[in-house]
Design a protein around this ligand. Structure first.
Ligand code: ADP
Ligand code: MG
Length: 419
């Protein structure tokens, strides 16, 4: 069986006109001889009646105390995808495509029991395969599975991408197509950088980094699973033509332009994360126990920290702004000397092209300094350089770096790309 998994995000199934576009994509795949498996997210965005955030708000406003059980939250949040899958499969049936909806659990996705952020630990494809052999298009609810105990678990934000990739890997699909409201993975978020360009080919590693650093076009766990199982991933626009972005391993692209002679870009893309706060803690150089206790207490309070830089007498790190009050309470209890600066954002440049290329950090800093953008902290790893800046400068910083590394120039246009 030639199988393709097609995942449609919340904005792609939000109204009848868009769902007709989904039908066209399914028809196209069938016309090419594929048996499509469709994965859907909840319809629309926050404020729309059946969107995940709306269902979540319903619980919060109903209880009013923020004390809802995780189990109840998962049960109600899972409804958005169930509604969406039933509406989508009935739309397919109305277009003479035999179809049925299955929840993640019914489709064979077994989760680890962790409410709100579950992992899929097992996928049993038999039921789905039987429907495919019957020539039915199964519409699977994204974002959820069922534990061995029969509990509904959701997979965390962006989890439908992961559902699609798990199905693709487990069914041996030729590829997984992620349909969304942009033409593919772009060199930066097109909502903030107007001349962002679509990236035709990109490696799993780079997309993973962009996704970790805030490019929410695809969920990082989905890319990790795809990389692990070597599943070909394509990201495209629901209704516009175009090949979208092909995501594969580095070896797929060697010598074919992307990493061969023609593309001279040092940077592949830029991601950003708004809503951060910088924490600075001063303590004695020999206070190793206190340092350890601080990181332990923060972790116990479920406060994730990032951009950690440790000096003998100073520790810097970032937290999500919404965790600021919790972090202050934890630090006060420990009696440490701290300062928290809110209103920060992280900008990260990512690219295989910077591997073993000295001077990229210096160029980034110089480009921002020239426009008087204050850099509060930096961090770097193999193919990523991150900078913490005031959030008020975020859009400008993204555009400056996008221009500096000439990301709007197509690969191969060396005169424009080579800086
Ligand atoms: P879906 O509902 O289809 O899952 P998302 O909202 O999760 O869609 O992802 C698509 C959005 O991701 C786009 O509208 C775009 O604003 C944002 N985005 C952020 N960074 C990028 C990027 N580098 N390339 C493309 N889109 C990006
Ligand atoms: Mg998404």
């Amino acid at each position: 069986m030639k199988i393709v998994v097609q995942k449609f995000g919340g904005t792609s199934v939000a109204n009848p006109a868009l769902r007709e576009e989904v039908v066209k994509r399914v028809q196209e795949a069938r016309a090419e001889g594929y048996k499509p498996v469709v994965v859907v997210s909840a319809m629309g965005r926050s404020g729309d009646p059946y969107a995940t955030d709306t269902l979540k708000d319903l619980m919060v406003s109903n209880c009013g105390c923020g004390e809802q059980s995780l189990r109840d939250m998962d049960l109600i949040m899972g409804c958005g995808e169930i509604i969406s899958s039933v509406v989508m499969s009935s739309t397919l049936c109305a277009n003479d495509i035999p179809s049925l909806a299955l929840t993640g659990g019914q489709a064979g996705m077994v989760t680890d029991g962790n409410y709100g952020n579950a992992q899929v630990i097992e996928f049993n494809p038999e039921r789905l395969q039987a429907h495919l052999r019957n020539d039915e298009v199964v519409v699977v609810t994204g974002f959820q599975g069922m534990s061995h105990e029969g509990e509904l678990n959701t997979l965390g934000r962006g989890g439908s991408d992961t559902s699609a990739v798990i199905l693709g890997a487990g069914l041996g699909a030729d590829r997984v197509e992620i349909y969304t409201d942009v033409c593919g993975i772009m060199t930066a978020d097109p909502k903030l950088v107007s001349d962002a360009r679509i990236i035709d080919n990109i490696t799993y590693n780079e997309v993973c980094q962009l996704a970790y650093e805030g490019a929410k076009v695809i969920h990082p766990r989905a890319v990790e699973v795809a990389m692990h199982h070597n599943v070909a991933l394509v990201v495209k626009h629901l209704s516009e033509s175009g090949d979208g972005t092909m995501i594969g391993s580095e070896s797929n692209y060697m010598g074919e332009g992307r990493f061969g002679q023609r593309d001279s870009h040092v940077i592949t893309g830029i991601a950003h994360t708004p809503g951060l706060a910088q924490v600075t803690v001063d303590m004695g150089a020999d206070d190793a126990d206190l340092e350890l206790a601080m990181f332990d207490r923060l972790a116990e309070s479920d406060i994730s920290i990032d951009m950690i830089s440790i000096f003998p007498e100073r520790k810097n790190f970032t937290i999500e702004e919404e965790k600021q009050l919790q972090a202050e309470a934890t630090l006060k209890k420990l009696g440490v000397d701290y300062k928290i600066t809110s209103g920060c954002a992280k900008v990260s440049v990512v690219g295989l092209g910077m591997r073993n290329l000295p001077g990229v950090m210096a160029r980034v800093i110089k480009a921002l300094n020239e426009k008087s953008i204050r850099i509060l902290q930096t961090g770097d790893s193999n193919i990523t350089i991150s900078l913490l800046i005031p959030e008020s400068d975020l859009s400008e910083a993204l555009c400056i770096l996008h221009d500096h590394f000439r990301l709007s120039a197509p690969p191969g246009d060396d005169e424009r790309v080579l800086a």
